[in-house]
Design a protein around this ligand. Structure first.
Ligand SMILES: [Zn+2]
Length: 52
């Protein structure tokens, strides 16, 4: 069974998935579109936590 994981942006945006690659992709899109920032895969992965 896969563990549900989440990534929360300081702006309140949150993405949840059991697929880390999907979370990273969503986070990169969000950072680019909303904050105009480029986030590396490593940076995004560092922000992923286990969802409660
Ligand atoms: Zn944000």
């Amino acid at each position: 069974m896969k563990q549900l994981k989440s990534l929360r942006c300081p702006c309140g945006f949150e993405v949840r998935s059991t697929n880390e690659d999907e979370i990273v992709q969503m986070a990169q899109l969000h950072a680019k579109n909303v904050h105009g920032q480029d986030v590396t895969v490593e940076q995004a992965k560092a922000l992923i936590q286990l969802a409660a």
